[in-house]
Design a protein around this ligand. Sequence first.
Ligand code: ASP
Length: 430
Amino acid sequence: MLSKLKSISLSNWILIGMVLGFLVGLFLNFFVTDPFIKDIVLIDNVFYLGGTLFIKLMKMLVVPLVFCSIIVGAASISDIRKIGTIGGRTIAIYLLTTALAVSIALALGALIEPGAGLNMVASADTSNVTLNQTMTDTLLNMVPDNPFSSLASGDMLPVIIFGLLIGIILAKLKEEVQIVSDFFTEANHIMMELTSLIMKFAPIGVFCLMAKTFAGLGFEGLIPLAKYILCVLVGLAVQAFVVYPSLLVIFTRLNPIRFFRRFIPVMFFAFSSSTSNATIPLNLEKVSEMGVSPEISSFTIPLGATINMDGTAIMQGCAVMFAAQAYGMDLGMAGLITVIFTAVMASIGTAGVPSVGLVTLTMVFNSVGLPVEAIGIIFGIDHILDMFRTAVNVTGDAICTIIVSFKNKAMDIDVFNGKKEPGTIGMDFD
Ligand code: ASP
């Protein structure tokens, strides 16, 4: 019995926690009338404690995790100069597709209104960021007056900018600053380990959050959740089957159906593993079977798995709209632009492993002052969405790789069109 329980994976435990929390919440809502047991003991103490503790642990991770992973990510782009325009082009396309992805999600969120009718009330401890910033303020606030105070107060945009600059300098100075470079790489490793450790607590945290939510909400709370799932899935489908094929046709005139026919196994693998990182080898193999020069893909695919997360950005855009509507907050134009910018940055800071998109979501929420506890409601169903979005994340990497490869004449069109077997082809580096 015990060994059977031990063999259940963490994601399944999270799912179990979610379902149990939901059922317990509904049970309390409909069948328990004693306010002492229901409200005072369970909702306001036991569930509140378990749920809030979990959210606090998640929040604790954000600043160091994002800071270290942005530094390490930027430092690893050291090869950009070696391969000239390819690096710039790749990063530009990666950022552009992510910005497009989060914009689609925000539009869908406004249309589907997943959070409408939830009428949640934020607890006092939300964020210190004022909502009514002008665009100029938003831009100016990206540069920290004092990076240490930004780090201490968890002000994410300046932290990201500071991290990016440090990473770029590390990449430039290379061996001269090897010790500091190694320090951040190892710190990043430690933060990833800590994340997995805290994730072990997720099933209990999710149970408490769900029970607390549904003890108050009942069945009507399910509709917003279903609408949120719909919003994310439609967004992912638009990105994968409208945006990517269009980009492929516009930039290369290659046939998207040919692409998908060959690429499907990579999407399935990413779907079932929920990790872009683990999908790198298969992705490399498939794009090279499609005629991409390995000299390009060996750089762009791992880079994409680290910094390009269009699917994650879609989930984050939908989650922002969900929470803003649930708490009755109007983000305004400046708020939406901040969300686009932070979600693109979060995509750089999201490691290609399961669930990290949820951790960096706190940073997007913080940037516009949304209550982080809203993440608790969507946490339970995130594992399933993580599978779908990871499949889109890796598709984005492959599409951008093909475009960059095509533009740099490092792609064999005959191989793509199935007229020739794949082989090594030359490319014109500048
Ligand atoms: N699981 C995603 C990936 O590996 C990251 C995330 O959104 O959590 O691409």
